[in-house]
Write a protein that binds this ligand. Sequence first.
Ligand code: KG4
Ligand code: ZN
Length: 335
Amino acid sequence: MKILGVETSCDETSVAILAEHSVLVNLVSSQSLHQQYGGIVPEYASREHLRIIQNMITEALAKSGLTIQDIDAIAVTQGPGLMGALLVGLSFCKGLAYVSGKPLIGVNHVEGHIMANFLDHPNLKFPFLSLLASGGHTLLVNVQNFQDYEIWGRSLDDAAGEAFDKAARILQLGFPGGPLVDKLAATGNSEFFPFPRAKTKRENQDFSFSGLKTAILYLARQKGNDWVQEHVADLCASYQEAIIEMLLTNTLNVARQRNVYRLVLAGGVVANSRLRSVFQNAALREGLEIYFPSLKYCTDNAAMIAYTGTELFKRHQFSSWDISAIPNLPLTSDN
Ligand code: KG4
Ligand code: ZN
């Protein structure tokens, strides 16, 4: 079985082809045009997807030595994400599926991130607790089985990735901020500044990152640009440590309360080098099995969409032609 996957929910256009569970090709084009604005401009993101999507699908087919007729179904990100960006991928895939006579499979982007773990760890077993930390979401999800999800914790304001990106903007590092903060933090002192660790009402489960962002904004304003630039690595290390500590504290609390023994990390923030080692050590201490995707499957990619599409195909869960770019599962911070 061969599934074509397409992902256009944010600022990466990605096309992948999976044969059963093996990745034949996974092309990712990251839109650098947003760098000059210090954040994603949704209209430009949609236009850029539109400009390259057809060529990327053609290239993916050519690279895997296939034609569209060899494909069994087309899996596409249905949401959540930027509406215009999603509609480019969804509309294109609807048209392609219709004219080529292939089934269409709408995939939830958040579910795709969690499922990305199976690309690297095919023997991973359900159930598990998943910490999903990306630019749009920070969730603790009880994953009982494929398609069987319960949200145990969520961010009440910013997502963890957003906290990284906003700090990078304040420190004038560029966009996206996560990888830049990660790199600078490696040479900094994480005890340089005591950034606040927010507590929420359900402090063992929910997250809050907006106070952290405000703290670095006021600090930068108060101290001035010269001071900020002089201590930029120490600020990155201290700020990053606060995010990781908040993520870890709640994850471990929930794991202890709910007798979890398997932890699965997912999403762009999980590409963070310090986060990976902190969680790895904590899991060892707590006797938890831990899994995270390889770096290329942490950030947005179509292989995770094609993988989820493969699982849906096996269960004959196809989408109708009238699906819109609205997530098909209760797996967002808003539910
Ligand atoms: O999963 P993703 O690619 O897209 C969304 O679904 O949002 O996540 C993107 C987020 C961005 O906020 C980016 O800054 C963050 O993941 N990110 C990182 C790292 N690499 C990407 N955050 C911290 N450290 C990293 N190395
Ligand atoms: Zn994502």
